[in-house]
Design a protein around this ligand. Structure first.
Ligand SMILES: C[C@](O)(CO)[C@H](O)COP(=O)(O)OP(=O)(O)OC[C@H]1O[C@@H](n2ccc(N)nc2=O)[C@H](O)[C@@H]1O
Ligand SMILES: Nc1ncnc2c1ncn2[C@@H]1O[C@H](COP(=O)(O)OP(=O)(O)OP(=O)(O)O)[C@@H](O)[C@H]1O
Length: 311
């Protein structure tokens, strides 16, 4: 049984993780335009931070700094602000509230790592605490689903199986820590554009293949990076490569330099490489940077926790 969130101070800082889709099976579009997914989400230790500070009732403001901040829309299109407004509308209608949000980004914008979803998740949690609302984690996840398909997972974190349009999440059994090298691309990719190209290519998995691979779940349970590396799969990868052909070279380079597995993350263009140890991650990061196949590299581990209060 989920416990209500306890009363909070006037300013709260929350961080929320980037995600990878270790497996992403995508079916043909549904009547509502969304694509059915069978996915394995995996949160990694690359975090955006959102600080929520109590403000006068009716004041809803946001500032953004850090990685790609200039690409994040102002005002009501900002996912963190949309999250705050939605929460206020549903859970604080009787007593007007206000908030100033300060978002510090480390997750690249339009990178396929669900950075906007992380900000929405962090804002939901931070505002629930500063406004002292009685809202359960399950209720926050339901609100999150209204903001974006990846938001419920950003609240949950860890490793999880996602279904529906990605908004239904169930924790998956995983042991150990996996080491990742994440290669940021020069330019982002629009998620709807990648799904559109997926439809144009017209190669959805056969219904029998529309599930997360058993070998992947076994590798996660066994904490076996070599086995996990061999099972990474993303149905959106051909569409992302079609839109940014240089991604093929990035993937190839990482494998040549010894990665145990490689894939485009979600709708791309970020590429994730799995390695066997922290030392291997340092070596691969240096090799990829020297090769110049990407804008920049980051090391990360997974699984990481979902949205959490840090101060
Ligand atoms: C690629 C993934 O990151 C994989 O986890 C997600 O499917 C994308 O999730 P997201 O960015 O949170 O997506 P949303 O904000 O819900 O939807 C943005 C757009 O992506 C497309 N979309 C998204 C999810 C989905 N299952 N099918 C879709 O076709 C739709 O065009 C939608 O209008
Ligand atoms: N707080 C935010 N951070 C990033 N993008 C935002 C934010 N708020 C709104 N956006 C808009 O959402 C778009 C997608 O952002 P995001 O960084 O989440 O992409 P993504 O990582 O590819 O998403 P996903 O992996 O969930 O498909 C951006 O291009 C931007 O216009």
């Amino acid at each position: 049984m989920a416990s209500p969130i306890p009363p909070g101070p006037s300013s709260v800082r929350v961080r929320a993780p980037a995600k990878l889709n270790l497996a992403l099976r995508v079916g043909p579009p549904r009547k509502d335009g969304f694509h059915p997914l069978a996915t394995v989400y995996h949160a990694i230790s690359l975090f955006d931070e959102v600080q929520a500070t109590l403000a006068e009732p009716g004041v809803f403001e946001v500032t953004t700094t850090g990685e790609g901040a200039e690409l994040v829309p102002d005002g009501d299109d900002h996912l963190a602000l949309r999250a705050a407004r939605l929460l206020a509308e549903r859970y604080a209608a009787d007593e007007p509230v206000g908030v100033e949000l300060a978002v510090r980004k480390s997750i690249p914008v339009a990178g396929g790592l669900a950075g906007g979803s992380a900000d929405a998740a962090a804002a939901l949690l931070a505002c629930a605490v500063v406004w002292d609302l009685d809202v359960s984690p399950e209720a926050l996840r339901e609100l999150g689903a209204e903001l974006g398909s990846d938001v419920p997972f950003a609240l949950l974190g860890g490793t999880a199986i996602g279904s529906g349009r990605g908004e239904s999440v169930v924790p998956a059994m995983a042991r150990g820590t996996f080491h990742w090298v994440v290669a940021f691309a020069q330019h982002g990719l629009s998620t709807p554009a990648v799904y559109r190209r997926f439809d144009e290519i017209g190669d959805p998995p056969a219904p029998a293949d529309f599930e997360v691979p058993d070998e992947m779940l076994n590798a996660l349970l066994a904490a076996d990076p070599a086995r996990l590396g061999a099972t990474l799969t993303n149905d959106l990868q051909p569409a992302a490569i079609d839109l940014q052909p240089q991604l093929a070279r990035t993937l190839e380079a990482g494998l040549e330099y010894g990665a145990l597995g490689a894939l485009v993350s979600g709708s791309g263009p970020t590429v994730a490489f799995l390695v066997g140890s922290e030392t291997a991650a340092v070596d691969l990061g240096v090799a990829l940077s020297a090769d110049g196949v990407c804008r920049t590299v980051r090391r990360a581990t997974g699984p990481a926790p979902g949205a959490r209060i840090i101060g």
